[in-house]
Design a protein around this ligand. Sequence first.
Ligand SMILES: [Zn+2]
Length: 314
Amino acid sequence: MTAAADTTTPRKADAFLVSCIDPRLTDDTTFLMAALGRTDRYSEMRIAGAALAAVDPARPAWNTALWENLAASRQLHGVREVIFVNHRDCGAMHGWAGRRLSDDPADELRQHHGVLERAAAAVRARHPDLGVTIKLMELDGSARVLPCAACGPAGGLRAEAVDPAGGPGDPAVLPVRPGAAAFADLVRLRAGGGLTDPDAELALLTDGVVQHGLTAAEARAVLLAEARRSGTASGSAAAAEARAFLRAQADPRGRVARTDALHAAALYRRVTGRQATEAEATRRVATLIEAEGLAPRPDGVLRSTTWFRRMAQA
Ligand SMILES: [Zn+2]
């Protein structure tokens, strides 16, 4: 929430996010949404098993809680989309299946996919006009969109840059929407020699959205895929992502917490396809914080900002 936010009327939210209570991944879920540029634009319900809570017949109280919260968020915030984020090695899913699903990753994916599809169908049965997106998160925090027959027109076709590092490809993930191919051609044409100018990159992204009907996340994904394909490290794209993340996470006084700075450095590295070293990414983020007029938030018992000096000298 920003300093200027109106505190008297409920905020609008595009999406209702359902994620799990697993403590290993709570910050990754927030980070994922921030990396997709959706900070402050979604309402989130954390409940054990995420999509499982919608469809597990053994948990009627959880089913009810989920549907009532979705209905409330819809009424209060005007959500148009439901996003389910399940995750690997989920204790709730193990309990439901009666076995340790993570022992067989392919079977684990199938079980999650089944539960996610059923949850999507259950949403559509109650709210036929809401789109649904289903995702599975790995334990490293990267997430993939799964194809989804029950999700409605938008579901499963969103090509969000869920794994900017380009993890192992999954043939089950649907390709991007039609405009993406034409946009990729444009990117190749204009950025043949690599993109080092942030303004040129922004102009390209704008074309992707305005001319080719992509979401900002989709346009970024195409740009990154092209940068990877042509072997150019998209340093300015990485800086733009890190900058947006830092701005979103800064407190109302413009101060950035140490953990957020570290997350920004990790994001920077991921966007460059890990071509930047950790030290480079860390230094770059320190520079970005200063260039953006942000300040380090004092940390630790001594309330010191030494962490920031260490980042700048990494
Ligand atoms: Zn879980």
